[in-house]
Design a protein around this ligand. Structure first.
Ligand SMILES: [Zn+2]
Length: 527
């Protein structure tokens, strides 16, 4: 091994908790979840102790709309999609140590407690305060018309929309700012009244902004967060009117606690503490656990601004040590969208075509979402699947017939390649899946005879592990090695292979555009 190898560290990785109101499409997959899994596999390959936790954003406002449309209770919507999204992530090969529903009997009470204790501490310290908010209420039904129920026109770009933020320009507005406000439902005119909600009040907004800029989050995300923090003076919302949210007396008789991403992550830090028997929450400044958050551009405020503002206002917490961010995936030139039914859904692709999770992960890793959106084109995907399918079929055939040992030189060369790949997988803004997967591509393109079949195959298994874990494991096992592909194992003699060690590779089949066509959904007005 080389001196570059670090001492083992503890990591907690928390990809953004998805809203349980629909299944996952390739756009979701290409964002936080694939990134989180590639990162976790890379860090484990290097010998670090890694936990990945996520779960469903059960208290998101849009749940209520699905429940209304589908004629089920909000909890039924949550349970249904919590299970289905969990299945989608598993089918993509995303390994999670915890998949948390805040509605679960095991989580509900401690989940509430983490959020209440946070608000109590902030309130006691004077860094959270109740602010009267002008809030619309329906004269006929008496309901508060906020979030998903409130429709109107964006005060900044004048696009019709609703909720809390403009989908066209990204502006986050308060209910009172929206133009021509009206309810999504037919419930008569709106009346305005003040409703007391809790808001964060950080001791120094400039300190929070400095912390954002000093972090390793991508500069454009930091700028969005800084602008928001300046505009709002760091007033991140902590409670809201309504009855769908985290129940708490602190929020008043007609209110609930809000469920921000950092609050969810803080709960994951608590689960981490329980599981590993550590003294403090993983997000405590002295936890010794490196925390990583992953989210898309729509969560620049929730992910960057809110987490830094809450941590600074608390005093003993830290924001994510690293943030890995992404822009959105287009499908055939247009943003993947659940509501417009535009995209490819994971469960359809992986169960109705011969494309494997490994092949999809490989292709999605070439898509560059680091500094802008990128496109998923069907033709490019078909080419990519066929190329990598042929290459790995050849590698597996070779593995069943190779029985060499690694020289010190071989080992050095493999370690160098893995470290080179790792340069693009260091948690933070520098994470680049395309750059990292290119190292695998270069290795694939090199002739196996260059360093003998065994060395090439061993390197291939290690370099493929973060991206194509199933085939990486098959190669590793075929080479007579135990467990998952790990750098530290290179120093050990590879075991004697037996005829049964190699799982028979499936016969190679050509992937075609015809095969994938039935699962491609193009928004109806395009076809
Ligand atoms: Zn707008």
């Amino acid at each position: 091994m080389t001196s570059e190898t670090q001492a083992p560290q503890r990591y907690l990785i928390v990809p953004m908790h998805p809203t349980p109101n629909g299944r996952l499409h390739i756009g979701h997959a290409a964002g936080a979840y694939l990134r989180a899994d590639v990162l976790a596999r890379h860090l484990r390959r290097e010998g670090h102790q890694v936990s990945v936790m996520s779960g469903s954003d059960a208290y998101e406002n849009w749940i209520l709309l699905d429940a209304l449309d589908a004629d089920r209770t909000p909890a039924e919507t949550c349970w249904r999609f919590h299970a289905l999204i969990g299945d989608d992530l598993r089918s993509l090969g995303v390994e999670l140590d915890e998949w948390i529903s805040p509605l679960d009997d095991d989580h509900a009470e401690p989940y509430q407690r983490v959020h209440e204790e946070l608000l109590k501490r902030l309130a006691d310290a004077g860094t959270a305060r109740k602010v009267p908010d002008p809030t619309p209420r329906s004269r006929d039904t008496g309901r508060h018309v906020i979030g998903v129920w409130l429709k109107g026109t964006c005060p900044q770009c004048h696009t019709p929309g609703g909720g809390n933020a403009c989908e066209a320009c990204g502006y986050h507005y308060q209910p009172a700012e929206i133009l021509e406000p009206h309810s999504r439902l037919d419930e008569g005119p709106l009346e305005w009244e003040d409703f007391d909600s809790w808001y964060l009040s950080p001791p120094s907004v400039e300190d929070v902004i400095d912390a954002v800029h000093a972090s390793d989050v991508a500069a454009d995300f930091a700028d969005i967060a800084a602008t928001y923090l300046r505009q709002t003076k760091g007033a991140v919302r902590l409670s809201q009117p309504g009855d769908w949210g985290i129940p708490s007396e602190l929020a008043g008789p007609e209110g609930v606690l809000s469920n921000p991403y950092f609050g969810f992550s803080l709960y994951c830090g608590e689960v981490y503490r329980r599981r590993h028997g550590t003294e403090v929450n993983a997000f405590h400044r002295d936890s010794g656990v490196i925390t990583v958050g992953l989210f898309g551009i729509d969560n620049a405020i929730g992910g960057v601004a809110a987490s830094h503002a809450i941590a600074a206002s608390h005093g003993e917490l830290k924001a994510f040590d690293h943030m890995v961010t992404n822009y959105f995936l287009d499908f055939e030139g247009e943003k993947c969208s659940t509501s417009r039914k535009h995209g490819i859904w994971l469960h359809e692709l992986l169960s109705r075509t011969s494309a494997t999770a490994d092949e999809l992960r490989y292709h999605l890793s070439h898509v560059d979402l680091t500094s802008g959106s990128d496109n998923f084109a069907i033709a490019a995907f078909v080419d990519s699947v066929n190329r990598v399918r042929t290459q790995f079929a050849a590698a597996e055939a070779l593995a069943s017939d190779t029985d060499g040992v690694l020289t010190a030189q071989d080992t050095e060369r493999i370690v160098r390649a893995v470290h080179q790949q790792g340069e693009s997988l260091r948690p933070g803004a520098a994470v680049s899946l395309p750059a990292a997967v290119r190292v695998l591509d270069d290795w694939l393109a090199a002739s196996p005879a260059d360093g003998g079949g065994t060395a090439w195959l061993t390197g291939l298994a290690l370099l493929a592990e973060p991206f194509m874990p199933v085939v990486a494991q098959r190669l590793w096992t075929a080479l007579g090695r135990a467990g998952r592909p790990r750098l530290a194992d290179l120093g050990r003699e590879n075991g004697r292979r037996t005829a049964t060690a190699t799982a028979p590779a499936e016969p190679e089949k050509t992937f075609t555009a015809n095969e994938i066509a039935p699962v491609c959904h193009l928004r109806s007005d395009r076809v």
